[in-house]
Design a protein around this ligand. Structure first.
Ligand code: HEC
Ligand code: HEC
Ligand code: HEC
Ligand code: HEC
Ligand code: HEC
Ligand code: HEC
Ligand code: HEC
Ligand code: HEC
Ligand code: HEC
Length: 378
């Protein structure tokens, strides 16, 4: 009874046109769904195929155009290397006590700073060249590193030191070693003893710029005209943090962490060790030249806006002694020789790189003459 009833029911269903339509409807939905899935899969597969192909051709296209990357020369100018400085540089570095007497940056960034992006360069091959940015030898056991900064690597930064903002500050702080300081500098010129330079620290400039005691290295192409300047010709320029960090540590911006507050990215260059001068023959150490620094460096304490930090000494600071009637006439004498010989090279103040050029307008102004060009001299 029950089964008949069931059969009946079944027959009833299959024979009922309404339920048949319902069944077909369901089949159609399922089929449609299956086709949909198939189509979608097809699309996805062909899409990723296309992407792969595109990637392949892009790689092929890129390969010849891109020069091989030199992983032995770290550049701060590379986009991915332009994160804030302290993502790589830690201050102070762990080993500072061994190398210096104040908490300083005396070591390279750690492996952590690089491996997140350079796993391939670090772990591929027997002697990964990337190690040589910091290590003397490439070896899984040898941790010896170059000095930091590596003297052989070109400099990538110049220093921003706004002299105008420091004039009063430094004058006020004559004894930078105070009891609250966590560290004490032993830099001779920072002590309350007159530097051996002069009996008074002219405008406190001598805190940072002393007389050189060693002659600078000759430029790679040799001294111009074989003129070898003596050590006393030059003033030093700070080469470390000793003259900054006792003020710029944690409170006074730019703080020590903020490397970019003082170091400005530039084109790679040889560094301040390489002296470049307009008047190579001028010697700071000559007794008549030992004057208040700002007597000649009249622009140094003006705000740096748009101009480069250069010695920027106008010839007017020389002429009081070098071009005065009844005293000396070193400039006039050379201009007169130039009148007679258009290829005359001025060598009293200059080496020939400058002395063979046209004298600038400033020189004619001092001499009270009309400017002339060498080309116009008969
Ligand atoms: C991605 C990591 C990284 C970042 C970010 C980074 N540096 Fe460096 N820096 C290095 C490495 C590696 C060296 C050593 C290689 C060399 O001597 O050129 C170095 C060397 C230096 C040196 C010494 C060499 C020179 O050119 O004078 C200075 C100064 C320096 N960095 C300053 C900075 C400043 C300022 C910033 C932020 C604007 C900065 N760094 C950001 C990795 C980094
Ligand atoms: C945020 C990712 C990132 C970090 C962190 C990073 N690099 Fe790079 N570096 C790159 C990229 C991207 C390039 C460009 C070349 C390439 O695709 O490999 C590159 C290029 C280089 C080069 C080739 C020359 C150049 O500068 O363009 C050297 C060398 C290098 N890195 C060393 C290092 C060292 C050493 C560290 C750690 C102190 C470091 N990098 C940290 C991403 C990074
Ligand atoms: C950005 C600079 C830098 C690069 C590039 C670099 N190292 Fe180092 N390496 C360091 C510093 C810094 C330490 C010291 C870490 C410490 O003492 O915490 C160190 C430590 C080591 C040590 C001592 C053991 C250890 O892990 O502390 C070995 C070995 C070593 N490096 C090998 C290598 C090799 C091999 C490569 C290349 C695959 C390499 N390093 C790349 C800076 C670098
Ligand atoms: C706290 C240290 C400090 C004091 C004080 C200081 N300077 Fe400087 N001076 C610097 C630094 C740092 C530079 C930049 C060096 C560089 O460009 O890398 C510089 C650059 C110069 C230059 C330019 C050299 C060049 O690059 O051609 C002259 C000139 C100069 N200073 C003169 C003076 C005079 C004059 C005074 C006194 C009024 C003075 N400085 C006081 C730190 C100091
Ligand atoms: C009589 C003028 C005069 C006086 C005084 C003088 N300088 Fe100079 N200084 C110059 C000249 C000239 C240059 C070189 C400029 C050039 O040729 O480009 C120079 C260059 C410099 C430089 C760049 C490095 C070098 O030696 O070439 C520094 C730093 C400097 N002077 C600091 C000082 C300081 C500090 C004092 C005071 C103690 C001082 N100068 C006093 C004329 C003077
Ligand atoms: C005697 C303390 C003292 C010393 C040493 C000193 N500074 Fe400063 N520095 C200051 C003070 C204070 C200011 C703020 C001056 C102002 O804003 O008028 C300042 C300002 C600056 C600024 C400008 C910041 C800005 O926001 O414009 C720079 C860059 C700077 N110092 C770099 C240096 C460098 C580089 C050295 C080392 C060669 C150095 N300072 C040495 C006290 C010092
Ligand atoms: C308050 C200014 C200031 C700050 C902040 C600063 N520096 Fe310097 N740094 C200087 C001056 C000035 C010099 C000496 C001039 C030069 O040689 O370029 C110097 C020199 C260096 C040297 C060479 C030191 C040596 O003994 O050969 C390295 C490396 C260096 N800085 C890295 C850094 C790094 C990395 C940071 C950030 C963690 C930093 N500096 C922050 C001003 C600063
Ligand atoms: C008493 C020393 C002195 C004598 C003599 C002298 N100069 Fe100069 N010269 C300077 C000084 C200082 C400067 C930088 C300031 C200026 O331009 O006024 C300079 C700048 C120059 C410059 C500019 C370089 C530049 O790039 O800006 C040239 C070129 C030059 N002199 C050529 C000559 C010639 C040619 C003579 C001979 C007729 C001569 N000078 C004689 C001191 C002298
Ligand atoms: C206060 C006076 C005075 C000033 C200012 C002065 N000088 Fe002199 N300079 C002298 C005297 C004096 C001599 C020695 C002359 C002699 O006896 O031959 C001398 C010598 C020189 C010499 C020859 C080399 C040497 O040392 O014997 C040069 C070059 C020179 N000065 C360049 C300059 C320049 C450039 C300036 C300006 C930036 C300048 N001087 C400013 C007084 C001065």
């Amino acid at each position: 009874m029950i089964s008949t009833g069931n059969d009946d029911h079944h027959n009833e269903m299959s024979n009922d046109p309404r339920s048949r339509r319902r069944l077909f409807g369901r089949v159609r939905v399922v089929l449609g769904f299956l086709i949909g899935v198939l189509l979608l899969t097809y699309c996805l597969v062909s899409l990723s195929d296309a992407a792969q192909a595109q990637r392949r051709t892009r790689r092929q296209r890129r390969a010849p155009a891109r020069p091989a990357i030199d992983y032995s020369k770290f550049s701060h100018a590379t986009n991915e290397h332009q994160e804030t400085c302290n993502t790589c540089h830690k201050i102070p570095t762990e080993n500072w006590q061994k190398l210096t007497n104040f908490p300083d940056i005396v070591d390279y960034p750690d492996h952590d700073a690089c491996v997140s992006c350079h796993r391939r360069q670090f772990f591929r091959g027997a002697r990964p060249v990337i190690c040589t940015n910091c290590h003397v030898r490439v070896s899984p056991r040898d941790d010896e590193r170059f000095a930091f900064r590596n003297p052989a690597a070109p400099r990538q930064f110049t220093i921003e030191f706004p002299h105008d903002k420091h004039q009063d500050v430094i004058a006020r702080r004559r004894h930078p070693i105070d009891s609250e300081q966590r560290f004490v500098f032993v830099r001779a010129s920072f002590r309350n003893t007159p530097s051996n330079d002069q009996s008074q620290p002219y405008n406190y400039c001598t805190i940072c710029h002393e007389s050189r005691t060693e002659a600078p290295q000759a430029p790679p192409s040799g001294w111009i005209d074989s003129f070898v300047p003596d050590a006393g010709t030059f003033k030093t320029i700070p080469t470390s943090h000793a003259s900054c960090f006792n003020c710029h540590w944690k409170a006074q911006p730019p703080v020590s962490q903020d490397c970019a507050g003082c170091h400005k990215l530039s084109k790679p260059y040889a560094g301040v060790a390489q002296v470049s001068r307009l008047s190579m023959k001028f010697r700071h150490a000559r007794e008549q030249h030992v004057l208040e620094c700002t007597a000649c460096h009249i622009n140094i304490t003006k705000p740096l806006s748009g101009r480069d930090l250069t010695p920027d000494v106008p010839i007017t600071s020389c002429t009081e002694c070098h071009n005065k009637v009844g005293l000396r006439s070193d400039l006039d004498a050379e201009l007169v020789k130039l009148d007679k010989e258009k290829n005359f090279v001025c060598t009293y103040c200059h080496t020939s790189d400058k002395g063979k050029l046209d004298p600038p307008a400033s020189h004619f102004l001092i001499a009270g003459r009309k400017p002339v060009k060498r080309a116009d001299i008969r």
